[in-house]
Design a protein. Sequence first.
Length: 130
Amino acid sequence: MTLLEVLVAMAVFLLALAGIAQLIEFGTDNSVEAARTTTGTRLCQSKMAEAEAGVVSVTESSSGTFEEEPLWQWSVEIGAAVAVNTYPVTVRVWIDAGRKVEVSLTQIIYDPNFMGNGAAAVAPTTAEGP
């Protein structure tokens, strides 16, 4: 083999190595984003469960950070009542460390304060006499 062939082979090898390094970096970035999305989904479902249980109010919006994941922030946004004591609740969870990852979940929730109280769930009606 001549020196020229060795140099060409070395250049091809280095170009391939650079491409492989880029692919590894791309895969690592996607892996981190997938892990963050999974964590965000778990936290979002957890906060929605708190709203369903009455730990978080479904009549007023709120926000904060998670005790177990202090870098993650959450907000609960309440829409106008769609029926008596029934509200659309949107939970947003996000982290802004490097690349921002955000997960949101919307669900219509019956106000837990009225669970088991059938009389409070019925809208008042007026009785008309004869």
